[in-house]
Design a protein around this ligand. Structure first.
Ligand code: COA
Length: 709
């Protein structure tokens, strides 16, 4: 308990207080200060531990009022502040004097309206006073398990084990009604507002150890401290699922950036990559968020991607099958012995393919028997159960059969269910949910929930791996980068970029800079033909435009001619450019083009990109991304995730190319980006890949002051 921003011990007083003061409790039922008090009482928080503070009132809602928190005779754990912004600092100081450990500031009028100084002031008061501060600009905070509704939401949600943290207060209000309607139980509901002090990461870390929370869900608009979030997510997500809806997917176009990789990598891509790296599930909307929350809270992860669909209707089965295919769920082939067993639970015209169709005649016993047989078979990883309401069966009975079968199983495999039909199906859905079986009104949602369990299973079963420390010549890279920075440049020249790449073990063509005509022949000979010659000047970026490149140099005469020609062109077309010399490099044989790049994201740091070169990158945007530090496994995944990678693996009789050499380049680019914060972008594009090895044909390295510094 040191009062530092990262000290989460005082969050206990925010989420599980034993006493709460409402500073700004109002006598007027139309005011928020009245509603908060009303909610605290109505939610069932012990009345004797609620202290309304209002200098003008004696009593509100039959509770004695105190003119200031300093007059409260007992200790106060949490103060909820509902007074206008301008008096918040004053009441905060009183809270510090009183020894309050946590405050939740509902009041608006701070950073969100540009009042940064006021926000900084309240954070300073809280930190100096050893208090954690939630907000400002929030709806409040609620904990169903200690009957605390310190918010102006319409009601306390049902008790449950899903924690919901939201950056949008309005969403919290709307959502409470929705969870009540959908019978979704929450453990805590926290509105984060401006996140002046307490943020997502603090709460995730705190809730990891909350026995009443089994899954953490978040509505997020953005993060200020990506590194802190990643550190916490890496600690927590192996123990508890974290599911996030992140707004801003549709970011208009990728960020303006001067590197190719930068133009491909919008900041939303960085969020997706960071979440993926640390096992955070990213839902695309609020409904999916809670669908997945229910699945991960009730069911074990899907560890074996061998799934069976059990249905009484062909159409529902087909819909689910399509959805499985697009979500990466593998429908297993039913082994003959299992098929024989399943035949006991269906009429002769039923189907033991997958989907298993028990037909419209399916009874409770059939569902139960078939499900038990599936769950006890060693090959089966999980089961998606569908039921279409028929006139001859009662959905509640079918639901009972499913619950019994699951209860009688080892409960080590996940099931998800969908009951399709009218109000009776809704009742069965609720009954299933009350019995900890995830149930949804459509087959697609049951499949999507299973896909979330698959993603979680994959994350949990990843073998532990670390980013390798590769042998590199850091000193050379540092000297080249340092010199460019000293000269105030925002990019390395192409030769410098090649030299840095070479120092980091990225294969580049042999090259040498020639500073006088006399050296040309010996240099050309030592590199070997054919050659490329190009001007080496920090002032010339677009070399072709000024006649600064000559390709296909076949012999010594050609090399001398190229040297003369380039210097002549520069004299004419760029007379003021500083000329260092002419660089000769080996012209390499064409290979399969790929791109490896890096864009430094302001929130999460280096974002590494891999894509197939040429049209695949520019038109199809077939590119995969990861946040550094990269492990070998991640580098391999990056390659296989792109659709065009089939070409590297030897598509339809094509030669298999040297994928390991590309993995090595990805890891080396990652290490270069990690070692030099001054590098803001890298493009190794194209990288030619061959049957043996690969070569970087062009390298760009952009410099700047890192936005994270
Ligand atoms: N200590 C305690 N109470 C005090 C006080 C003090 N020093 N000084 C005044 N009060 C009392 C007032 O007398 C009043 O009670 P009353 O109605 O019985 O007279 C009560 O505190 C509230 O003060 P008031 O000045 O009437 O403010 P308000 O209720 O109109 O507005 C806020 C206060 C905080 C609700 C408002 O400033 C605000 O920020 N609204 C936006 C909230 C919001 O949207 N949050 C984000 C949601 S996403």
């Amino acid at each position: 308990m040191d009062g530092s921003p990262d000290d989460i011990s005082n969050l206990k007083y925010l989420l599980e207080p034993e006493s709460v003061a409402v500073i700004g409790a109002s006598r007027n039922p139309q005011k928020i200060g009245y509603q908060v008090l009303w909610n605290l009482i109505g939610g069932g928080f012990p009345r004797e531990k609620i202290f309304p503070i209002n200098p003008k009132a004696e009593e509100i809602l039959d509770l004695k009022c105190y003119p200031s928190i300093l007059e409260v005779p007992e200790k106060v754990d949490l103060a909820v502040i509902v007074v206008p912004a301008k008096i918040v600092p004053m009441v905060l100081k009183q809270c510090v004097e009183k020894g309050v450990k946590a405050v939740a500031i509902i009041s608006a009028g701070f950073g969100e309206v540009g009042n940064i100084a006021a926000e900084e002031e309240i954070v300073r008061i809280a930190r100096e006073g050893g208090m954690r501060l939630l907000g400002p600009n929030i709806v409040g905070v609620a904990n169903t398990h200690n009957n605390m509704n310190a918010s102006f939401c319409q009601a306390l949600p049902f008790k449950g084990n899903i924690a919901f943290i939201t950056q949008s207060g309005a969403l919290a209000i709307a959502l409470v009604g929705w969870t009540l309607l959908e019978k979704i139980g929450l453990s805590v509901l926290v509105s984060l507002g401006n996140k002046a002090d307490v943020d997502d990461a603090d709460l995730i870390l705190y809730l990891r150890d909350d026995p009443k929370t089994s899954v953490i869900t978040i509505y997020m608009e953005g993060l200020d401290d990506g590194q802190k979030f990643m550190d916490v997510a890496s600690k927590v997500s192996s123990q508890k699922p974290i599911i996030i809806v992140k707004a801003g997917r549709s970011e208009r176009g990728a960020k303006a950036a001067s590197s190719h990789t930068g133009s491909l990598a919008g900041s939303d891509i960085a969020y997706t990559a960071a979440f993926k790296k640390y096992g955070v599930l990213r839902a695309s909307n609020i409904q999916e968020l809670f669908d997945w929350a229910m699945a991960t809270a009730y069911m074990p992860p899907l560890k074996n991607n061998n799934v069976v669909i059990l249905t009484n209707g062909g159409g529902a089965g087909v819909l689910a099958t399509d959805e499985c295919e697009s979500s990466g769920i593998k429908l297993m082939d039913i082994p003959p012995k299992l098929a024989e067993e399943l035949r006991k639970y269906m009429p002769p015209f039923g189907s033991v393919g997958n989907p298993i169709d028990l037909t419209g005649m399916a009874t409770k016993e059939w569902y139960k028997g078939a499900l038990k047989a599936l769950l006890s078979h060693e090959d089966v990883g999980g089961v998606i159960i569908l039921y279409c309401h028929t006139a001859i069966t009662a959905p509640m009975e079918i639901a009972e059969g499913i619950i019994e079968a699951y209860e009688e199983s080892n409960k080590d495999k996940p099931i998800t269910t969908s009951f399709i039909g009218g109000s009776e199906c809704l009742e069965s859905q609720e009954h299933l949910r009350r019995n900890n079986i995830p149930s949804y009104p459509s087959p697609e949602r049951a499949v999507s929930a299973m896909a979330a369990l698959l993603e979680r299973g994959r994350y949990l079963m990843r073998p532990p791996s670390r980013a390798p420390q590769l042998e590199v010549d850091r000193a050379t890279a540092k000297r080249i980068i340092g010199k460019a920075l000293e000269e105030g440049r925002s990019a390395l020249s192409s030769i410098e970029a090649f030299q840095v790449a070479e120092a980091y073990g990225i294969p580049v063509p042999p090259l040498q800079v020639v500073k006088s005509r006399e050296e040309v022949v010996s240099v050309a000979r030592s590199i070997g033909f054919p050659l490329v010659a190009e001007i080496e000047s920090p002032d010339i970026i677009h070399k072709t435009d000024v006649g600064g490149i000559v390709l296909d140099i076949e012999n010594e005469d050609g090399a001398l001619q190229a040297y003369d020609q380039i210097l002549k062109n520069i004299k004419k077309n760029a007379p003021t450019a500083k000329v260092i010399g002419v660089a000769f490099r080996k012209m390499v044989e064409e290979g399969q083009e790929v791109l490896v790049g890096m864009h430094r994201d302001p929130t999460f740091g280096p974002l590494i990109a891999f894509g197939m070169g040429g049209i695949f990158v520019n038109i199809l945007k077939d590119v995969s991304f990861r946040i550094t530090p990269l492990t070998e496994m991640e580098a391999k995944e990056m390659i296989s995730e792109t659709k065009a990678s089939k070409i590297l693996y030897g598509y339809r009789g094509m030669e298999k190319l040297d994928i390991n050499s590309v993995v090595d380049v990805i890891l080396r680019v990652s290490q270069l980006a990690m070692d030099f914060k001054e590098i803001t972008g890298i493009d190794v594009n194209p990288l030619f890949v061959y049957r043996n090895g690969c070569v970087a044909v062009d390298v760009k390295i952009l410099l700047g002051k890192s936005e994270k510094e």
